[in-house]
Ligand binder design. Sequence first.
Ligand SMILES: N[C@@H](CCC(=O)N[C@@H](CS)C(=O)NCC(=O)O)C(=O)O
Length: 201
Amino acid sequence: MLHIHGSSRSRAIRTLWMATELNLPYEPIDLAPRSPGTRTAEFLAMNPNGAVPVIEDDGFVLSESMAINLYLAKKHGGGLYPATAHGEALAWQWSFWTVDRIDRQLVTYASHAFVLPEAERDPAAAAAAWAQIEPALGVLEANLAKRSWLAEDAFTVADLNVASAMYRALFMDMGNWPRMRDWLARSWDRPAAKKARAMRE
Ligand SMILES: N[C@@H](CCC(=O)N[C@@H](CS)C(=O)NCC(=O)O)C(=O)O
């Protein structure tokens, strides 16, 4: 049995989307980031970083949302995991790129631009994050001028990993990056993505 630790209002939404794409039965454990449940000895034994998501898959424990999704897609086959070595490598490339260039930056930007109550926002933090996000969006836009999806001719875990990390961009004006905006909309328009969103909103 697959257990998914992490609230849908956290990065666990990425794992919930993937499990839904794959039609996997799973038990959700609704843990909010930094909540007491993530500070127990039992949880820290699974992820000493104290962060969600974490999965337990028949006793196999894995953290890091990108790695979890690559693992689940590979294990359960189907078109979501690229069929070729090149496609697989591109899924790794875009997943690592997302962690490096998008993930934390977008969370920081959104928090300080529109998520936190106004009194708690730090405009300088938002501006510094945006300065890193803007060129990354340009990279994505240029790539999507060459192909419709990131790793293959169809939606794969590469698209899911990047698009799910860009959840906050759904609420931002992406008009300067029309191909990226279209790709993001196509990704989040999938039935599994809509179900994952509904768990959160
Ligand atoms: N790189 C990790 C980041 C995980 C992460 O930072 N999760 C947040 C919630 S979205 C968390 O649990 N933070 C609490 C903490 O780090 O103590 C991943 O992608 O899974």
